[in-house]
Design a binder for this molecule. Structure first.
Ligand SMILES: [Zn+2]
Length: 266
């Protein structure tokens, strides 16, 4: 075990521990919390790592020892998580709520394209063809999904903004793990590109949710009333996200770190 990174910011002090157990290496994020009275370790499915919450004044050495004593527990919990799925030839992942299979088509023209429905036999998993060299399949699928997400989220945001007689806000895509969307104080909206894997009504709901934050920068009863009035799928989508949202983080490569979120969150 070794401490390999420690950065400090005004509000929080962060460090990461690398924990070795049974030939495997696990990441443990250290999080100092003013109100913490003891060490608390938990495993996160979305980022496939562990978080150790520690009192403000506890030493890094004690934190590292605590993590080490609990290495077996971390290992068991992380190994019990469902398998990660990379965007490689043959992999199946959800696209707009329905399973699709990646098929490498090196000799074909184009970059990434969906099979026409008539090409898909009844009951068979639809195909997503990816041209080019095999090592580039994962990146191409990721890029294609982000482009699809931008198109679909952009259209939904424009739709709901028009319902509220507002100009279409600018949107950006991220790979956040703690929230699906956010609205900055300046009125720009951020979304997780992974929403393109969720059923279309869930993506639409998130667009409606963030657009409603342009009117109410909170989750007050007035906010929810407005959200439900422009998006009838609000409650169904909330239930879906609670039940299945974390699963969307299983697919594709995940970049470590990520920018800290700002302003109101989902
Ligand atoms: Zn919100």
């Amino acid at each position: 075990m070794r401490l390999f990174r420690q950065t400090e910011s005004v509000r929080t002090q962060r460090a990461e521990i690398e924990l070795r157990h049974d030939g495997e290496t696990y990441r443990v994020q250290l999080k100092r919390v003013d109100t913490a009275r003891r060490f608390v370790l938990r495993v996160r499915g979305a980022t496939r790592d562990a978080v150790l919450t520690m009192p403000r004044r506890a030493s890094l050495k004690d934190a590292a020892e605590f993590a080490e004593r609990n290495a077996a527990w971390v290992s068991v919990r992380l190994r019990r998580l469902p398998q990660q799925v990379s965007f490689v030839d043959g992999a199946v992942f959800p696209l707009q709520g329905a399973a699709i299979r990646i098929v490498h088509a090196p000799g074909e023209r184009g970059v990434v394209w969906r099979a026409y429905e008539r090409e898909t036999q009844a009951g068979a998993t639809p195909k997503l063809y990816v041209a080019g060299d095999l090592p580039h399949v994962e990146r191409r699928v990721g890029d294609w999904l982000k482009a699809q997400a931008r198109k679909e989220i952009g259209a939904a945001v424009a739709h709901y903004a028009a319902l509220l007689s507002r100009p279409t806000p600018s949107i950006s895509l991220r790979d956040t793990t703690t929230r699906w969307g956010s609205c900055s104080a300046a009125g720009s909206l951020n979304f997780s590109w992974r929403l393109i894997m969720a059923p279309p009504e869930v993506l639409r709901y998130l667009a409606a949710h963030e657009v409603c934050h342009l009117e109410h920068m909170n989750h007050s009863p007035r906010f929810w009333k407005l959200c439900r009035s422009i998006c009838a799928e609000t409650d169904v989508a909330e239930v879906w996200l609670k039940a299945h949202g974390a699963d969307l983080h299983r697919y594709g490569a995940k970049k470590a770190g990520g920018s800290p979120p700002t302003a109101i969150s989902f």
